[in-house]
Design a protein. Structure first.
Lengths: 74, 608
């Protein structure tokens, strides 16, 4: 069962508005982001199955990965 | 008038007269509200060359058409005046619940003018408005007085109040509300204090007319639903603005030891999750907010409860002064709130003083015996108090870092981190050219919230100086401050990524006037140019030199952290300005040209 990776906020600007990707297990979140043209440093948080992880987390089968953009400057 | 309270409350403190004037429909049409109303009244009514602390200056507080409405985040109002800190334009946005009460009392602006002969507070209960004696509150802390007034009048009344620093005209005194929300920057609290006004107390119970009630309900609920279903809602609500501390540390954007670096070796105890676990006791939201980002903390070490701290305070009163103890930062925050000074300017100017001390430019003789090394918590607390009371070294620092460094000299101007006299807020801009330009050209001085562009730097290449970066900054400057015009919080869009198009049918349903974001950005551009022309009007030598960044960012590279060895070249600073002025339609000295003014419908007499 593949993992689902979802992008939030301004990260969608980089991918032309696409926010959800099906990804194969075994790659790091960082590597997936880079393959999508997203600079990992523009990411604030990686949440996998409801828990925070680093960008170096290796994606497992069935994971629900949420990637949250860095935002600030209220 | 749909979406508006319908009245401007004019409070003449010299005569004691209070009048209600009908809000002109064309004012609402062309300037919408909030900071739009602010710049309109500032240009029209405050004479050229007015002393910021004199009777001619006016303090204007204005909600916007979304304030107090079924609009997620409609809890903002704008405070505008001539700034004591900079001598130019001040516009400070304040959250909480004050703005909704103004609206329900039928008010679209309050204009404070003149000077009272004795301390007073303005009391407003629907149509009833009067000045009341504030002698018993004068000299007391802002947070303390807010509690006293709440106890006296009840929870339904909302209060904006200054601390002792505002009374003493500290140039970065703020206006406090809701026990920790502020109109923070530029010295708006000093202007209120100069008028002998301690507080404004307001309650309103009237309804606000809307153009299309069914469409209003539908559009309002759509915006709320989008917020509640947004990715990141849980994390954003858990950490609020502190979510960004760890990222800033990683990216080299965390102000560290007076902005000499952008990463702090002891930052981990300032990170959002650590703070949440260590001191936060509850979340706290502004009016009508489905995603409350405010935090309330128990500071055991100092036996106190404090609002926050927010990211900016952690950056400036934490890493920027070398402090890694989150409880100390929270307590410093409370001191500033109660004494009535802006935590950003306070942390910036204290960081500068610490650097002066470590370099031997200031000695113990100057500091009144304080060992003002980076990281000295007790010295930081003491200096906050000295600034608010204008005692000893505090009197020098109370004028802001620009004037203080000009007085001290000895090269300290080079590490005074300010633009136009306003202390830079919480993002270090070593080799981050979009963000640097955003600070250089911000309409109140070195503040971040008009154009937060640092992730754009990282996405496209930090060192690049290209027209696309300049265009991005300009677009953000035209667009983001529109939230301060509409009277709404921008964080739902910024932090949760809410589709901004959701605001369009909501605004139309309220006002009955159809406007696209393209239309609103034109209003934003017009206001941006009006604020620029205000600086020009008030400062005979205003021009390019006023837009130059702190010398540190083009003369010294950090020696540690993520941005170690990185610097923006001086010629790139000038290239940024050249491109910015050209894209803005300004001349090479940064002044709007006649064709630009004509395009934006700005007549010379409006800014003369």
């Amino acid at each position: 069962m593949p993992a689902i990776l979802r992008l939030s906020g301004s990260l969608k600007d980089v991918t032309g508005g696409k926010s959800e990707y099906t990804v194969e297990a075994g790659r790091s979140v960082r590597a997936v982001l880079e393959s999508l043209g997203i600079v990992p440093l523009t990411v604030a948080l990686v949440v996998v199955n409801g828990e925070q992880h680093t960008k170096d987390y290796i994606i497992q089968d069935g994971d629900a990965v949420r990637v949250l953009a860095v935002v600030g400057g209220g | 008038m749909n979406g508006y309270g319908g009245n401007i409350l004019r409070v003449n403190l010299t005569t004691g007269g209070i009048t209600r004037e009908a809000t002109p429909p064309e004012l609402a049409r062309d300037y919408l509200g909030g900071r739009g109303f602010g710049i309109y009244f500032l240009l029209k009514e405050v004479p050229r060359g007015a002393d910021p602390l004199g009777p001619e200056n006016k303090l204007i507080v204005s909600p916007g058409p979304l304030s107090g409405m079924l609009a997620a985040g409609g809890g903002k109002c704008d405070w505008t005046c001539k700034a004591p800190l900079t001598g130019g334009y001040a516009s400070a946005s304040m959250g909480g619940h004050f703005t909704a009460e103004l609206k329900y009392a039928g008010l679209d602006s309050i204009i404070l003018e003149g000077v009272s002969s004795k301390p007073v507070y303005v009391f407003i209960d629907d149509k009833k408005s009067e000045l009341r004696d504030a002698a018993e509150y004068w000299g007391q802390g802002a947070v303390d007085v807010e509690k006293e007034l709440k106890d006296k009048f009840g929870e339904e009344f909302q209060i904006a109040v200054i601390g002792p620093a505002g009374e003493k005209a500290v140039s970065f005194a703020h206006i406090n509300h809701d026990f920790g929300r502020q109109a923070g920057r530029g010295g708006v609290g000093a202007v209120m204090g100069s008028k002998n006004v301690k507080a404004i107390v307001v309650r309103g119970t009237r309804s606000v007319p809307v153009a299309d009630l069914d469409a209003y309900r539908k559009a309002g609920m759509a915006l709320y639903k989008a917020c509640k279903e947004a990715e990141g809602l849980k994390e954003w609500t858990s950490y609020g603005t502190t979510i960004v501390v760890s990222w800033c540390d990683e990216a080299g954007a965390l102000p560290t030891r007076n902005f000499s670096a952008g990463s702090f070796e002891d930052a981990k105890t300032l990170y959002g999750p650590y703070m949440r676990e260590k001191i936060v006791v509850t979340d706290k939201g502004c009016f009508g907010c489905p995603c409350p980002c405010g935090k309330y903390s128990k500071v055991k070490k100092y036996n106190a409860y404090a609002e926050g701290p927010e990211y900016e305070t952690i950056g400036l009163l934490g890493s920027n002064v070398g402090i890694s103890d989150i409880e100390a930062v929270a307590y410093a925050n409370l001191l500033c709130d109660n004494l009535g000074i802006d935590t950003i300017s306070a942390g910036n100017v204290i960081g500068w003083a610490m650097e002066c001390y470590e370099k031997g430019i200031l000695t113990k003789q100057d500091t009144g015996g304080l060992d003002l090394k980076f990281g000295n918590i007790d010295a930081t607390f003491k200096l906050i108090e000295m600034i608010a009371k204008k005692e000893g070294l505090g009197a020098l620092l109370a004028d802001g870092v620009k004037k203080a460094s000009q007085k001290i000299g000895k090269g300290s101007e080079k590490f005074a981190i300010q633009v136009k006299g306003m202390e830079q807020s919480g993002y270090a801009t070593h080799n981050a050219t979009s963000m640097l330009l955003a600070y250089m050209t911000c309409d109140v001085g070195a503040h971040h919230n008009r154009a937060w562009a640092i992730t754009y730097d990282i996405q496209v290449g930090r060192e690049k100086v290209v027209p696309e970066k300049v265009a991005r900054v300009i677009w953000l400057q035209n667009f983001r401050p529109m939230f301060d015009v509409l009277g709404a919080c921008r964080l739902q869009w910024v932090e949760l990524g809410i589709d901004r198009e959701l605001y369009i049918p909501l605004l139309e349903s309220i006002t009955g006037i159809k406007r696209s974001w393209e239309d609103l950005e034109k209003v934003g551009e017009r206001i941006w140019n009006l604020t620029r022309l205000y600086w020009v009007r008030e400062n005979a030598d205003f021009g390019r030199a006023w837009d130059m960044p702190p010398a540190r960012f083009y003369t010294e590279a950090p020696t540690s952290g993520t941005t170690k060895g990185q610097i923006t070249k001086f010629e790139d600073v000038n290239r940024l300005l050249d491109m910015y002025y050209e894209q803005r339609g300004w001349d090479s000295n940064g002044l709007p040209i006649p064709e630009t003014m004509e395009k934006l419908g700005i007549k010379q007499e409006m800014v003369a």
